[in-house]
Design a protein around this ligand. Structure first.
Ligand SMILES: Cc1cc2nc3c(=O)[nH]c(=O)nc-3n(C[C@H](O)[C@H](O)[C@H](O)COP(=O)(O)OP(=O)(O)OC[C@H]3O[C@@H](n4cnc5c(N)ncnc54)[C@H](O)[C@@H]3O)c2cc1C
Length: 378
């Protein structure tokens, strides 16, 4: 039996970023079922940071995370965790009200937002259809960032190990029980004991809780698809922004390594699994791009899907379960788990060790009760 102070279950961005903060304070061991970090949601995202998603608390978490992405923690010579890249949101005549509401929300958190008209939008993304048949008004957020998901995972893993923490791969948890003094966690190869277990199992977090006899949060996993396609030869796409319709039944698109990535922003409920793209969602992505722009998607060169997990209020959860001693929730990161991960790790550290609530979170309007699981249980 291996012993630790804290067992973190799940090697996605939630688990590894929190474990990196716990490790300087307590012996921390991270258990991941797969052979590498970020195999599931954390390795399948669009890796973007922007204020066009989530509610006020999510935007607060996003704002509080920014400095981690712009000024990496400990090594001035390390490659950057993110690159500046604007985000552009656009509305058709029917969705103008949504654009106005989004502008108000975004301006609360950023001074980098400006309203732009059809001529500016066309100059920024020349194939965008503008005018009566297309985009009539837009918002440009010049504070957006393209994140490097792999580097984020590896940087957190390095910080964890540097503080004496450990990561165990191929360590899928098959049983969790409290023996009166602490948690006993079984995997196929080894058993572990610790007074505190952190449930950062992504789409599997409720299943893991059920295994431990802990009341689930009511998580819903929603599949989201991304396709990649080649732009027409000679078209310069590198400086294009992350482009997103303000309406939910639209699409987003961004340049990446010489190709364009696009998502139909699908929200298909799914069991926790190794999500795979569905033909319909891939075709929908291509169709929505072709409807809104003059681009054609002749061949889908890349495709993947991943699961975004939400609780009822769509705000990520961190905090001890009210019904089980030492069982700590870190789940429901939704569609913003990368861009909120530094702030969520900070919140998890404060809640787990009962520390003074960080000013960085308070200044952005994020308080413990916004994140604690109790809010979901009425
Ligand atoms: C298509 C798509 C686009 C996205 N775009 C963005 C974006 O632009 N910006 C952004 O911030 N976010 C984005 N997201 C959301 C983001 O990817 C997620 O919020 C985030 O990755 C969730 O991290 P996680 O660590 O909670 O989950 P995961 O990365 O899924 O990690 C959970 C881990 O737990 C492990 N696990 C589960 N059960 C067990 C067990 N029994 N034993 C051991 N290990 C276990 C799993 O193997 C997995 O590695 C996107 C997501 C998708 C799918």
């Amino acid at each position: 039996m291996k012993r630790a102070d804290i067992l973190v279950i799940g090697g996605g961005i939630a688990g590894v970023s929190a474990a990196a903060r716990f490790a300087p304070r307590a012996q921390t061991l991270l258990l991941e079922r797969e052979a590498a970090l970020g195999y599931h949601a954390s390795g399948r995202s669009a890796t973007f940071y922007h204020f066009g998603i989530g509610d006020t608390i999510v935007r607060g978490l996003t704002a509080a995370s920014r400095s981690f992405f712009t000024d990496p923690p400990d090594d001035p010579d390390a490659p950057p965790l993110s690159q500046p890249k604007s985000a552009m949101f656009f509305a058709t005549t029917e969705t103008m009200d949504q654009l106005r509401a989004l502008e108000t929300e975004m301006r609360r958190f950023s001074d980098d937002i400006s309203a732009i008209g059809p001529a500016d939008m066309l100059a920024i993304v020349p194939p965008l259809k503008v005018g009566e048949e297309g985009a009539v008004e837009g918002l440009l957020d010049t504070g957006g960032r393209k994140l490097d998901a792999d580097l984020l995972l590896q940087t957190n893993a390095r910080l964890l190990r540097a503080a004496g923490g450990e990561i165990c791969f191929n360590a899928g948890v098959t049983g969790i029980a409290h023996d009166g003094s602490g948690w006993i966690v079984d995997t196929a190869g080894e058993s572990y004991a610790a007074p505190v277990v952190v449930n950062a199992a992504g789409a599997w977090a409720d299943e893991l809780a059920a295994m431990a006899g802990v009341r689930p949060l009511g998580l819903t996993a929603l599949r989201r698809t991304i396709i990649g396609f080649d732009p027409p030869p000679g078209l310069a796409i590198t400086d294009w922004p992350f482009l997103k319709t303000v309406a939910d039944d639209g699409f987003y698109m961004l340049p990446d390594a010489g190709r364009l990535l696009a998502s139909p922003m699908d929200v298909t409920p799914s069991p926790a699994c190794d999500a795979q793209p569905d033909d319909y969602d891939m075709a929908l992505a291509a169709w929505r791009v072709e409807q809104a722009t003059t681009l054609t998607v002749d061949r889908i060169a890349l495709k993947w899907a991943g699961l975004r997990s939400f609780v009822a209020d769509k705000v990520p959860t961190a905090g001890f379960a009210p019904d089980a001693p030492g069982f700590f929730w870190l789940a429901g990161q939704g569609g913003y788990g990368l861009q909120t991960s530094p702030a969520m790790a900070l919140a998890a550290e404060a809640l787990l060790f009962d520390l003074h609530w960080p000013d960085r979170l308070a200044e952005q309007g994020v308080r413990p009760h916004h994140l604690r699981p109790e809010r979901l249980f009425g």
